[in-house]
Write a protein that binds this ligand. Sequence first.
Ligand code: UD1
Length: 369
Amino acid sequence: MKLLTVVGARPQFVKAATLSRAIARHNAAGARPAIEERIVHTGQHYDPNMSEVFFDELEIPRPAFHLGIGSGPHGAQTGRMLEAIEKVILAERPDAVVAYGDTNSTLAAALAAAKLHVPVAHVEAGLRSFNRAMPEEVNRVVADHVSARLYCPTATAVENLRREGIVEGVEQVGDVMYDGMLHYRAKASRTILGALGLVPGGYVLATVHRAENTEPRPLRAIAAALAEAAAVAGAVVLPLHPRTRAILESESIVLAPAVRAIEPTPYLEMIALMASARAIMTDSGGMQKEAFFLEVPCLTLRGETEWVETVACGANRLVGTDPASVRAAFEDIAAGRLRADFSSRPYGSGHASEDIVESLAAAFAEGAR
Ligand code: UD1
């Protein structure tokens, strides 16, 4: 049985790595059908430290196809991907196409496959922010509606799909990022703390990259919020997405001296930075969950989240971009008022990737279709 996995952006490399390992285990155990996985990298992320470094350190099999699409406006970028992915699907004739999450690479993979009547397996299906202004929301809604197999991380995701009339092919398997964290946590590269002169608990780790947050106005507010955080925690470490760096520079937004902008960080170093932070401030979806897995308080620089379980248990607070909300949140952290119940297990038991592989094997084995 042949799977074509399409990835393109940083968070997808982490998710795909986990599934590739589960496929390798399935094959090594002699389970049937044997699964051949061919990886397509769209090239949505192309800077070496946004892409290559992940393939190296996460031991992801090399992509069989590198489409080299690069950046561009949404329509142009997605359109170029569609055309290129279609060619690969026609040449490879896979039994299914596997797509992850909510990026333009996900949308292109799902559409290209569905149009060629190749079943789409969507990993991280059913997530909703209910904010259609986000490109990711449009991508995930469309991807879910053309998918044959929908692998949901949470009960909320299953319910979101049910409300949209999608019940066939839906399975709650848990979150592949939780599987990944259990695997990579032991490999976290702590040398970065020493290299940056950081002590555990002595800094806040922040990331900002969302389209809505990298407009000049919200980015100015976030810069002020980061200054608030640095004043309380001593320092903020800010691995900078290339787009965020570009807007900071073009708009001459100056970061407070205690806010240290660094290059995008390899994953194993990022885990170490997250695990030892006093708190995490982010607009990333993945980091909200990683903060939860590592039991570090998270302040989300958005008005809503797809990962509602982290908020419900008190581990995550939606602070938007308002510096006053950030200051209030840090006062609550200092006073021990941001208390979380990390014992709830909303993201599964760490076997999501195995369950997905076994489900795919059963669904697409010869004769099963
Ligand atoms: C994409 C995803 C987002 C995900 C994020 C992870 C979409 C719509 N968004 O956002 O959901 O959370 O990846 O990082 O797919 N750039 C570089 N080098 C790179 C990549 C990007 O310089 O290797 C710059 C380019 O100027 C580009 C901009 O960043 O135009 C935005 O990149 P893009 O891939 O379009 O979206 P992300 O913001 O990374």
